[in-house]
Write a protein that binds this ligand. Sequence first.
Ligand SMILES: Cc1ncc(COP(=O)(O)O)c(C=O)c1O
Length: 457
Amino acid sequence: MSPEEFREHAHRTVDWMADYLATVGELPVLTRVKPGDLTRKVPSSGPERGEPMDAILTDFERLIPPAITHWNHPRFLAYFAITGSPPGILGEMLAATLNVNGMLWKSSPAVTELEAVTLSWLRQWIGLPEEFFGVIYDTASISTMHAIAAARHMAQPESRTAGLRANLTVYCSEQAHSSIDKAVLTLGMGLDNLRKIPSDSRFSMDPAALERAIGDDKAAGLQPCCAVATVGTTALAAIDPLPAIADIAERHGLWLHIDAAYGGTAAISESHQNVLDGAGRAHSLVINPHKWMLTPVDLSAFYTRRPDTLRAAFSLIPEYLRTEDEPGVVNLMDYGVQLGRRFRALKLWFVMRYYGREGLAAIIERHCRDAAEFASWIEADPRFEVSAPVLFSLVCFRHRAGDAANRRILDGINASGLAFLSHTVLDGQLVLRAAIGNAATTIEDLRRVWDKIRELA
Ligand SMILES: Cc1ncc(COP(=O)(O)O)c(C=O)c1O
C-alpha cells in the first residue's frame, strides 16, 4: 500500500471512528447476533489473492458492528464499564504505526522510558511510595500471576531450578477475582493450596479468619507464601482491610499483593484518596487503567516494592539478547514471562496528559455521585433493595420478588437494547449490577435505565 493510498484509507477509517464515537449511544448495547452468525457471513478460507482496501472497509462497516457488544456505549453498565477515550484511541493508532517491540531498552528506548514515566505519574496520583517500581502488562490477571510468581520466589528461591519442594499456600477473600485461582493453578501451586477467607457483612475479608487459616496451615507443615487483598471486588466492589491484612502478612513473612484493578483508580480523586491507605506496605499492587481510567483495552499497571525478586524469578538472558553496552538500563523482558511487548504506555501518556489528574478525578467523582443517586432511586422503591454498600460507582440491587423476577428484568433490559447490565449471586440469590464507568454516561442515561427497570418490574 502506497503512503498516498494509506492516507486515503486512514481518512475514511478515522471518519468512521469519529461517527461511531458520536452515535454509539443510539445503537443497541448488547449485540443481537446469534452464535455463528458472523462466521457464516465470511468465507471459510482466507483469500488467495489480496483484496482492495475499500472492499475490506465496506465489509467491516457491514459485518462487524452488528456483532459487537458496545463497551464504548454510555449505557453499557455490565461487568466493570470502561471507556476507550479519543486520546487513548489516538495513542493506539500511533503505537500500531510505530510497531516497535520494547523487550529491551535498546530495542526501543521510548517504550521502556515512557512506561517508567507514566507509571511514576500514576504512582504519585494514587499515593504509592517512590520505592514502587512499575511495569505494564496486558491484564490484571497476568499482573497478579507475576505477583504470585514473585511471592513463590521469595518463599522458595530454589523453586526456579528445582521446582516446588513444599506446598506453598495462598490466601484471598471468598470475594476475590478468579485470576488468583488461575495464577495459582498456572504456577503449579495447586488450587487445593488456595484458601478462600470468609468475608464480613460488608463483604470485606475477615482478618481474624485470615490469621487463623495461616496458623492452621503452618501447624499442618505447609508454607504460607502470599496474601491477596482486593480494593474493589469484582462482584460487589467491596474493600478488604489493608492495614489489618498488612499486619498479618508482615507477622508471618507473606508477600502481600493488592488487587486494585478496578477500585485503585478511585484513589486519583480527592473523595476516594484513602482507599489505598496501607497499600504502601504491600509488596505489589495492580491497577487497571483499562478499567476506569479511560485507557483503551489493554493496559494493566503492576507495581512492586521488590523488583529485584520479580527479576530474580524471571530474568533469563539468551546470548542473542545480551546487551552490555547500556549498563544500568531496565530491560523490560527481565520482569516477566513475555519477551516482546507493545508500546502500551503511549496511549496512557496521551490519556494522562489530555485529561490531567483533575479531569480524571472529576469523571470518577461524577460516576460515584451518579451511582449514589441511582442507589437512592432504588431505595425509594419498596419493590427493590440495594444489596451491597455503594463504595465506588457500582450499584448492586435486586427486586424483592426473587430470582425469577430478577432474571426477567435482566433479560428484558438487555434484550431491549437500551442498556446492558450483568449479574452476580449473593447468598444464593441473583443480584443485578449497574456498573458506571463510561465517560459518556450521564445521569439522564441512568434515569432512562431505571425507568425501564421499573416498567419491567
Ligand atoms: C478485581 C478484579 N481483578 C482482576 C480482574 C481481571 O482483570 P483483567 O481482565 O485485566 O485480567 C478483574 C476483572 O474484572 C477484577 O474485577
